[in-house]
Design a protein around this ligand. Structure first.
Ligand code: GTP
Length: 593
């Protein structure tokens, strides 16, 4: 195992992690890149430029006449996936810390770095994008020195675009990162850091062996789930899976054992032998729990079974997605889906649309609440409309996050105001370097899932980066706000809001819905209510709309086109009582000014 180096790349989003990875694979001739980025193999990932699922790839590299095996473990780059990042990091002995020369250290640079330091990883700092005219490598170097307390000479300047610095990075990986340690003769202990679904082979789990060895045909057990399997195939990951007879301590590889259900393979679990099990599991295992929930409803009710089948398929390669049937008076039959965060929710929505061609209406996202009744019983509620009657509730607790925001000191004022408006509390404030500051807040997650990112971007003119971890549940004075259209409550528009903000919030919801719901052939009353009390009201005046009226003359084709267009627009509408409500109205709360 002396020739093995296991490492990952950690970086803030868009600082060039995938680009650097591609250059390393290219330089070691692991792949020939023509176009696009090889590590991100899902369409969507490429378009978003975000590595959703971590993968691992083996490279061969020669230095001073010695041959080395370098395993690059890819880490997802977004806060929603921070548990997966932490498991990928736990499988490595070293990390490249990539910082964009034009942006400097950002929130996820720091949070990922802390995770790497917790696991005692050797850090190789890399300043990327030095080819860009706006690069400030000297300033960024100062920031990195402040952050790591390292020597300037340890920092590698590179460009994923021109390939500058790539050989230096590879040399540093070999020279500075320690080889894995562990006892090859001890009982097997392998960490699962990722898994993928393959329609022919079932679930493929990726692991790193901490101790012992594993061979084809071995009877193995997954420690936390307690399930037992036969290792039908084990091997290493290059561009393809390369089967091997045996893998030993320090190796990174895959196992195929006929598993069909993604829920049986949990990231962070330990693989051991049935006959000679290890004494304890590798520490740090956690069940990932969805924190953000939303209703997903088919536009056409007859698509309900198709939607279920699509969600089941999505779940095969995304075990963190949860769903259960739900019905809504307004929207009919659908599912309440649980996501790790907002980005995860968007990805699922897009995949439903693209890969499964499902037309769905998604309701406003909300977090999970702990509802305590007067007898001290607690119930987890994932949907505001599922809240018990207020007379039965003793108190409600909501999840709080610990947020880190890095920005320049000019924007402290507006960011502070935004966070306080969102019921946040400032914990502390530290200078990163120069005039850049890191602010820590405790904020209710429920306030973040509503329009926080966009607002943060606008108040900081884009110069703020954000990262968070769910910290705890705290009691809050929450009230359920209902929306009524022509007197009928629309359950899909109910939200939980803090009592002190309820009146303003209700008013803004009504105003926004007035903008979003098109005029119809009768007046529409929009009301906001808490319990039986109406707290706000707006009216949409009726109109007799003849869309073809402006097509003067007899141009039939143009008329038809216009009618077609109108029909298409209707597709994303739901009939509620006698009112037609467009999809965007269900997300009105996300668009409040
Ligand atoms: P996530 O997967 O979203 O975290 O992004 P990433 O960190 O993998 O960044 P990615 O490699 O996708 O790069 C982000 C953008 O920066 C892309 O448009 C790249 O083409 C560009 N980029 C990356 N490295 C360089 C570089 O060295 N020079 C220049 N000019 N552009 C670069």
């Amino acid at each position: 195992m002396n020739e093995i180096r296991n490492f990952c790349i950690i970086a803030h989003i868009d600082h060039g992690k995938s680009t650097i990875a591609d250059r390393l694979l290219e330089y070691t001739k692991t792949i020939q890149i023509t176009e696009g980025q090889m590590l991100d193999d899902m369409d969507l990932e490429r378009e978003r430029g975000i590595t959703i699922k971590s993968h691992a790839i083996q490279m061969e590299y020669e230095l001073n006449g010695e041959k080395y095996i370098l395993n690059l473990i890819d880490t997802p780059g977004h806060v929603d996936f921070s548990y997966e990042v932490s498991r990928s990091i736990a499988a490595c002995e070293g990390a490249l810390l990539v910082v964009d020369a034009t942006q400097g250290v950002q929130a996820q640079t720091i949070s990922n770095l802390y995770m790497a330091l917790e696991h005692d990883l050797e850090i190789i700092p890399v300043i990327n994008k030095i080819d860009m005219p706006s690069a400030m490598p000297d300033e960024v170097e100062d920031e990195i020195v402040d952050l790591l307390g390292c020597d300037r000479t340890e920092i590698i300047r590179a460009s994923g675009k021109t390939g500058e610095g790539i050989p230096e990075i590879l040399n540093a990986v070999v020279e500075r990162i320690p080889h894995p340690s562990g006892n090859p003769d001890a009982p097997l202990q392998a960490l699962i850091f990722d898994s993928v679904f393959n329609s022919f082979r079932g679930i493929i789990a990726y692991f790193k062996i901490e101790n012992g060895s594993i061979a084809k045909g071995d009877k193995v057990k997954f420690y936390n789930t307690g399930m037992e399997y036969t290792a039908d195939e084990v091997g290493v990951l290059k561009m393809d899976m390369i089967p091997r007879q045996r893998l030993s301590t320090g190796d990174v590889g895959y196992i195929i054992s006929g598993i069909k259900d993604s829920k049986e393979v949990k990231v962070g679990d330990t693989i051991t032998h049935v006959a000679r099990p290890c004494e304890k599991a590798i520490s740090g295992f956690q069940e990932v729990k969805p924190m953000v929930f939303a209703g997903v409803y088919p536009i056409d009710p007859s698509d309900y079974e198709n939607l279920r089948a699509s969600l089941e398929k999505l779940q095969l390669n995304d075990a963190s997605l949860t769903f259960s049937p739900e019905s809504s008076v307004a929207l009919g039959f659908g599912f309440r889906c649980g996501f790790l965060g907002l980005l995860h929710m968007e990805i699922v929505q897009e995949r439903l649309d693209r890969e499964f061609d499902m037309d769905v209406i998604t309701t406003v996202p909300n977090v999970s609440y702990m509802v305590y009744d007067k007898h001290g019983n607690v119930k987890e509620v994932h949907n505001p409309s599922g809240l018990p009657d207020s007379t039965l509730i003793d108190h409600i607790e909501e999840p709080y996050i610990r947020a880190s925001i890095i920005t320049s000191s000019n924007f402290i004022g507006p960011i502070m105001k935004l966070c306080l408006d969102k019921r946040g509390e400032l914990i502390n404030q530290e200078y990163v370097s120069g005039n850049r500051v890191e602010l820590h807040f405790m904020i209710p997650l429920g306030e973040i899932v509503i329009d926080f990112y966009d607002k943060l971007k606008s108040v900081s003119k884009g110069y703020a980066s954000f990262d968070y971890h769910v910290d705890c549940f705290r009691p809050s004075k929450l009230a359920k706000l209902d929306i009524l259209l022509n007197g009928e409550p629309v359950d899909a528009l109910s939200t939980l809001t803090h009592q002190d903000n309820a009146a303003t919030f209700g008013r803004r919801m009504c105003e926004k819905l007035k903008e979003l719901i098109p005029r119809q052939q009768f007046d529409i009353a929009i009301q906001a209510a808490i319990g039986a009390k109406i707290i706000a009201r707006e009216t949409i005046k009726c109109v007799r709309k003849d869309v073809t009226a402006k097509c003067y003359g007899g141009d039939v084709s143009r008329k038809r086109k216009l009618l077609e267009k109108q029909k298409k627009g209707k597709k994303r509408m739901k009939q509620i009582g006698n009112v037609e409500v467009p999809q965007k109205a269900f997300l009105a709360v996300l668009k409040l000014d």
